[in-house]
Design a protein around this ligand. Structure first.
Ligand SMILES: O=P(O)(O)OP(=O)(O)OP(=O)(O)OC[C@H]1O[C@@H](n2cnc3c(O)ncnc32)[C@H](O)[C@@H]1O
Ligand SMILES: [Mg+2]
Length: 196
């Protein structure tokens, strides 16, 4: 199956290619010169659909949208939908992490609970009235400083109690298996199998 990933995020592309494996050809939207869709939705689900529809419309291919983010309890769910532009500049992970650590300055471990969320939307074509929607959640807490060099985005400050380390310290295959994105993709696969 040929698919276009409706994302400008290289970290997502690498993870989703690995997760999909053989049997799928996942094209980057940049291969088609596609600019990012406007993320005007009020939820991860709406934004994932907006992204996928935008890419399906422009390419004529089935499209996968990934809208994800980090929700921190002590910040009432922020940065949430706005995770990519938390510090003002879209996609500046270093600035986003710096702001997150500043906002949580002095907050004790017990109050630093957080979760990564990922919604995947698969549209067979731009006017698909029945997109497949899957979601995955990964529970953890926010560290006081960066740890590890793997992954992308907020991974260096996301501690996974189940693994005993930060997301950036996990081997890629373990992150893929257990992450919000890995869980969402497993769910999407199950839905795809049912549809066929
Ligand atoms: O919208 P696209 O083009 O897909 O790319 P994006 O980076 O803007 O992606 P989002 O709008 O979904 O914003 C998600 C934010 O959450 C971060 N994020 C998502 N998944 C993550 C993961 O597995 N590890 C670390 N950070 C993650 C990511 O770096 C972004 O800052
Ligand atoms: Mg985005």
């Amino acid at each position: 199956m040929r698919l276009v990933l409706a994302s400008g995020n290289a970290g997502k592309l690498a993870e989703l290619r690995e997760l999909l494996g053989a049997g799928f050809t996942l094209h980057a939207q940049s291969e088609f010169g596609l600019a990012d869709a406007e993320e005007t939705g009020a939820s991860f689900i709406e934004n994932a659909i907006l992204k996928a529809r935008h890419a399906a419309r422009a390419t004529g291919l089935p499209a996968l949208g990934d809208d994800s983010g980090l929700c921190v309890d002590a910040l009432d769910g922020a940065p949430g939908l706005y995770s990519a532009r938390y510090a003002g500049t879209h996609g500046d992970s270093e600035a986003n992490i710096d702001k997150l650590l500043r906002e949580l300055d002095g907050v004790p471990d017990a109050e630093r609970s957080a979760r990564f969320v990922c919604v995947l939307a698969l549209l067979r074509h731009a006017d698909d009235p029945l997109p497949l929607i899957a979601q995955g959640i990964w529970e953890g807490r926010i560290l006081h400083a960066r740890q590890g060099r793997g992954g992308f985005g907020y991974d260096p400050v996301f501690f996974s109690p189940a693994h005993g380390c930060s997301a950036a310290e996990l081997p890629a295959d373990i992150k893929n298996r257990d992450s919000h994105r890995g869980r969402a993709l497993a769910q999407l696969r199950a839905q795809l199998a049912l549809r066929r």
